[in-house]
Design a protein around this ligand. Structure first.
Ligand code: N1C
Length: 305
């Protein structure tokens, strides 16, 4: 029957072709219709709310390029003994830790692959911590080249001063805004990173370790700071014999706190409970000298000039 109607009668062939074409046309039409029905509202939503808005500054412009550039600078020029590190892989692990994810639900686990790729040995007695004294501590390690702050290690060097976050609805970085620690959330991709790397830095420390503290602020040892909250509690008493604190006052500035102040005594108490010896010195000479080179006028610097 079918043969007779379609196969053997040549005039009927167009009839069969039309129905085939119609079917294809209908398929394409409905396919497009479904695509439009889905794409239009999603498009409108994305256009109206491209990425979530936060209170903090967005990802640093050219974040990835800076990250890679710093990785190559560090591993090829600053510490060529780390020339074997794979910067492409490190850069990828860094962005994978936060891209396409909720920037307020970041976990230390997210950064684990990155931490593994950037493992680095800091010699015993050469770790320098700091709190509210970033500039001074880094000025000091620049001249005292065998001491390491976290920013003198590969991962700290790469991330120093940068800001970053992603968005669960996009595979892009959010350059417009990122969560603010106070106003949005504390588990943000940026703060969780510093907690994780600071923890590792302290766990790895050994021998006599040092900290530069700011004696020109009232809370010289702040239990809520990364140093007070993370690093002090992650020093390993079996490896770290002593923490030596240098409490530095701004030249010509106020002397709010010193080695005998209650906040520094609090640090002493915490370390005693953790079986780590503590020593403290106000205005440690070599760092004072650096302060005075930068600012020689005040009378407290006359001794040096
Ligand atoms: O909170 P802090 O100081 O006590 O943190 C400093 C402490 C150092 O010993 C470092 O090893 O923790 C480590 N660390 C960094 O290396 C670092 N680089 C940049 C902690 N935070 C770091 N940042 C950013 O500075 C980060 O945004 C964090 O919140 C501030 C902390 O500076 P702080 O309060 O003076």
């Amino acid at each position: 029957m079918a043969n007779h109607r379609c196969g053997s009668v040549s005039e009927e062939e167009p009839c069969c072709d039309i129905s085939k074409k119609t079917k294809i046309c209908l398929c394409v039409f409905f396919g497009l219709l479904v695509a439009v029905i889905i794409a239009v509202p999603v498009g409108i939503l994305m256009w109206r709310h491209p990425l979530q808005e936060w209170k903090g500054k967005g990802t640093t412009a050219h974040f990835y390029e800076i990250l890679l550039g710093r990785c190559y600078t560090y591993t090829q020029i600053v510490r060529p003994e780390l020339g074997h590190k794979d910067c492409q892989k490190i850069g990828k692990a860094f962005t994978t830790a936060f891209l396409s994810k909720d920037p307020c639900s970041s976990t230390e686990q997210d950064y684990q692959p990155l931490l593994e790729l950037t493992a680095q040995t800091v010699p015993c007695n050469k770790t320098l911590f700091w709190s509210k004294s970033s500039q001074l501590a880094h000025d000091y390690t620049r001249v005292q080249g065998d001491l390491f702050t976290l920013e003198d290690t590969l991962l700290g060097y790469m991330a120093d001063g940068l800001k970053w976050c992603g968005d669960p609805r996009s595979s892009e970085m959010n350059y417009q805004s990122c969560p603010d620690w106070r106003e949005d959330c504390s588990n943000n991709s940026f703060s969780v990173f510093w907690n994780a790397v600071s923890k590792r830095f302290a766990e790895d420390a050994c021998g006599v370790v040092h900290v530069v503290l700011n004696g020109s602020i009232s809370n010289t040892f702040d239990e809520r700071s990364t140093f007070g909250r993370v690093e002090v509690f992650n020093l390993r008493p079996e490896k770290v014999h002593q923490l030596q604190a240098w409490v530095m006052h701004d030249v010509g500035g106020v002397h709010s706190d010193s080695c005998s102040s209650s906040s520094v005594n609090n640090l002493k108490r915490i370390l005693k409970e953790r079986s780590i010896a503590f020593s403290c010195q106000n205005n440690y000479g070599p760092i004072r000298l650096l302060q005075c080179v930068k600012n020689p006028e005040p009378s407290s610097c006359r001794f040096y000039v």
